[in-house]
Design a protein around this ligand. Structure first.
Ligand code: ZN
Length: 108
């Protein structure tokens, strides 16, 4: 099901490269490997113009993440990046106050 979602690294290669660098700097090697394989499942629909967050896994509708959830704040040179991780899986990438990301065309 999620296999049909585009790879984030195809859409936003610069973002994924930055995520991986930041995660490796923090010693979070396993998350860095996950970041390479992230897929864009859904965009955040909050409508805030400073928000470019997106989901990288299907979320249970209206449910909290529950046990095993942690936030992984990163320290980018611009804006804010934060990962929501549940049991080692990246569920959500918070992208706030960042310059607009432009999608690269998706591969056929
Ligand atoms: Zn949002």
């Amino acid at each position: 099901m999620e296999q049909e979602c585009p790879l984030v690294r195809d859409l936003f290669p610069d973002l994924v490269a930055e995520l991986i660098t930041l995660l490796e700097d923090e010693g979070a090697r396993e998350l860095a490997i996950c970041a390479w394989d992230l897929r864009l499942v859904d965009e955040c629909h909050c409508g805030d113009d400073f928000c470019q967050s997106f989901r990288t896994a299907a979320h249970p509708q209206g449910q909290p993440y529950g046990a095993g959830h942690r936030c992984v704040p990163l320290l980018p040179s611009r804006g804010m990046l934060c990962l929501d991780v549940v049991d080692g899986r990246i569920m959500y990438v918070e992208v706030l106050d960042r310059p607009p990301m432009h999608r690269h065309s998706e591969r056929p």
